[in-house]
Ligand binder design. Structure first.
Ligand code: FAD
Length: 301
């Protein structure tokens, strides 16, 4: 409720630390700077999901094609192995039926495969789960470097773990979308214990696990309790704007267990209208986030 009445300029002010900028070039520069300064890998994400006009779908497809080409051509990463990956949300590619998103997403996955750029299909609310996982499994079966995301709040997720073959890439998150109790747990602690348990199961299956959370306790437990079994198939993922520098350094340098790569998820927008819409949605979905943002803003000032 509060998120709807906060004026746009204030949302924009809150959003600043969480959004890399208003252009693809700005996002690429932030990614390259984080790589240079702290050896952090990056995942770029265009803010533009839940579109309402066909022109926005076309603009999203065009921007993602540009992103793929720009990442492939970016020569700031030495041998290229640590170039950014790209995340997308299927809802950015349809204004009607969910299935209409499949063809644009296939087009992007094919382009990314041709250019040797890694892609991850973010997970949205549970209406999207089947379609999104089907696409990921299809692309992985075609040999594309396309990662999936599993939300541990959903009860179905334990059953979905078995869909991934050795070598597949899976990001584990608790999930940001509130879901009804018949399909999901509402107990955050349970969601996070599931992150640890499911990451063990995935590693046992030969899957590459991307452990994505802001929670320092669980990041440390992942490194200590899970990663030693297969450190070459583990990565930790953090979000731009959530201050986790010390933890990231300790994880990368092996202070807590095996040294693991750390990747920063870097959202950017084409204009602040889209960024503020994104943050309003996030605030509405998770009012606690708004208070965290406020707290961070005041801490910084
Ligand atoms: P919380 O339990 O919410 O918080 C842990 C700690 O971090 C607390 O101390 C809290 O005070 C602090 N904190 C929390 N938020 C902030 C903030 N904004 N700023 C500063 N401090 C904060 N969700 C999906 O549904 N689909 C996805 O595809 C997806 N991809 C993700 C990718 C990455 C790289 C990351 C990091 C998250 C992604 N998520 C995704 C969101 C994930 O589900 C959230 O991280 C989650 O909802 C928040 O829970 P948490 O367990 O990370 O942290």
């Amino acid at each position: 409720m509060l998120s709807r009445i906060v004026p746009g300029f204030m949302v924009r002010w809150f959003a600043r630390p969480y959004v890399a900028g208003e252009s693809l070039a700005a996002a690429l520069d932030v990614a390259a700077a984080r790589w240079k300064d702290g050896s952090l890998r990056a995942t770029l994400d265009l803010l533009g999901e839940d579109v309402t006009e066909a022109a926005q779908v076309d603009r999203n497809v065009a921007t993602y094609l540009r992103m793929i080409d720009a990442v492939a051509a970016d020569d700031r990463y030495g041998n290229g192995g640590s170039r950014p990956s790209i995340s997308l949300k299927p809802s950015a590619f349809t204004i009607g039926e969910r299935e209409a998103a499949c063809d644009p997403v296939r087009k992007l996955a094919e382009r990314a495969h041709e250019r040797g750029v890694a892609l991850t299909i973010d997970m949205e609310d549970q209406r999207w789960t089947d379609l999104t996982l089907d696409l990921c499994v299809e692309f992985q079966g075609r040999g594309f470097d396309v990662g999936a995301v599993l939300q541990t709040r959903l009860h179905r997720t334990e059953g979905d773990l078995g869909r991934f073959a050795p070598g597949a890439r899976v990001r584990l998150v608790i999930g940001i979308y509130p879901e009804p109790e018949d399909v999901a747990t509402t107990d955050k602690r349970v969601m996070k214990e599931r992150m640890l348990a499911y990451s063990k199961t995935l590693l046992d299956r030969g899957v590459f696990v991307e452990f994505a959370t802001h929670d320092v306790e669980f990041l440390e437990r992942f490194v200590r309790e899970v990663a030693p079994a297969a450190p070459d198939r583990c990565e930790v993922q953090l979000l731009l704007g959530v201050p986790r520098k010390k933890t990231a350094t300790r994880i990368r340098e092996g202070d807590l267990g095996p040294a693991l790569p750390v990747r920063l998820y870097i959202p950017f927008a084409l204009g602040w209208d889209q960024a503020t819409a994104y943050l309003r949605r996030r605030m509405a979905e998770s009012p606690s986030t708004m208070w965290l943002v406020l707290r961070n803003v005041f801490k910084r000032s």
